[in-house]
Design a protein around this ligand. Structure first.
Ligand code: ADP
Ligand code: MG
Length: 359
């Protein structure tokens, strides 16, 4: 059902993403695939459908979204994500993990435990084994880091070294998804000569919001599925109010089915969007508290489009003294990298029309 608000898992529930799915499939021949698109564009849905369709792949899916509100994450958290994912494997595959340092396989259920203490699991060892399991089984092993920009918060451990090792030596693929597109690049540091992943090529797939036509077709199809016909004028106005982000359109449809009322569905979607965007902005501000007022001032100003010089003027007027040019650029760049703003020519504007409502 298109109006189910959970990430989709089956292709028949995924509207008009065949091109993206096919590109992802082609990408699996590369060591690293980036799947990038703003929040709620449908990345997790794409990955889950792909996982369901490609049964010949051995999947490891790590959901890092839960760490959005954290200022940092530790190696222990990362290993616990791997542990969770490995325990979804069938028994015969789990058994093949025996003998890696720090890995314990216990009980008749072959439950996998990864130790993170003194005798901790090294990711490079784990990757080595995953690669040989893949070769032995004649299947590709693919590791998905969903919302991979969260890995930037790893403290005391540089995951780029084992990733580079795997890139250069092993037969594994990694999918890095990211809603905060610039932050994914910052995490991978591909252009930094001092970075382990410097210069490595990556296969990139972008997930864009739906166009007006796609959005209207999405709504029509969703309503048709449940035997409701809604006139085109209403569907046009949904797009005008909410834009083309699949997540908001889905939530609208979900609410429409509940209340059988267009206005109510719009109202609820807008309320929900405001709450969610505010929460996400608060997460962004974690660890950036000293600039909190500035970030709010910039978002308030840029919600209908702004230039660098507008930001400079407003901040200086508010604070009553000069603000360094470099600082202005840095504040704006952080907002762009976290995908709250996008830059088109000289103009900064919200990446999603509903962000406007939250500031
Ligand atoms: P992301 O991971 O990019 O934040 P999700 O995959 O969680 O996005 O999707 C957000 C919401 O939008 C979910 O409710 C999902 O069911 C819906 N959705 C996204 N893309 C599609 C699509 N192509 N067809 C149907 N529903 C979609
Ligand atoms: Mg997601």
């Amino acid at each position: 059902m298109l109006f189910d608000p959970k990430p989709k898992e089956r292709r028949e529930d995924l509207f008009d993403r065949d091109d993206e799915l096919n590109r992802l499939k082609a990408g699996l021949n590369y060591p690293v695939i980036l799947l990038l698109g703003i929040r709620r564009s449908g990345k997790s849905s794409l990955v889950k459908v792909l996982m369901n369709e490609m049964k010949d792949v051995i999947w490891i899916y790590l959901d890092l979204r839960k760490y959005e509100g954290y200022t940092y994450i530790t190696y222990k958290y990362l290993l616990s994500e791997f542990e969770r994912a490995l325990n979804t494997w069938p028994k015969f595959l789990r058994e093949l993990l025996r003998g890696i340092r720090g890995v314990v396989i216990s009980g008749s259920g072959f439950e996998v435990r990864l130790s993170w203490g003194r005798d901790r699991v090294e990711l490079a060892d784990l990757f080595d084994r995953l690669s040989s399991i893949g070769e032995r089984e004649g299947r590709r092993v693919v590791i998905v880091f969903d919302e991979s920009q969260e890995l930037r918060k790893l403290k005391g451990f540089n995951i780029l070294y084992p990733l580079a090792y795997a890139y250069d030596n092993l037969r594994l693929s990694f999918i890095f998804t990211g809603s905060q597109i610039g932050m994914v690049y910052r995490f991978l540091r591909l252009k930094d000569p001092n970075s382990p992943l410097f210069g490595r090529a990556m296969f990139e797939v972008r997930v864009n919001p739906f166009t007006r036509e796609q959005s209207i077709e999405f709504l029509k199809t969703g309503f048709r599925e449940v035997g409701i016909s809604v006139n085109d004028g209403v569907l046009e106005s949904v797009y005008d109010e909410l834009g083309g982000i699949p997540g908001w359109l889905t939530y609208y449809g979900f609410n429409y089915l509940q209340f059988n009322n267009h206005e109510e569905a719009i109202k609820r979607t807008l309320e929900y969007a405001v709450q969610l965007v505010r929460q996400e902005f608060e997460n962004f501000l974690r660890g950036r508290e000293e600039a909190r007022e500035r970030y709010y001032a910039i978002m308030g100003l840029c919600k209908s489009g702004c230039r660098w010089s507008d930001v400079k003027r407003i901040l200086e007027a508010r604070e009553g003294y000069r603000v360094d040019d470099k600082k202005i650029t840095e504040l704006l760049q952080n907002l762009v990298d976290a995908s709250f703003l996008i830059k088109e020519g000289d103009i900064y504007r919200p990446s999603d029309p509903l962000i406007t409502k939250a500031f």
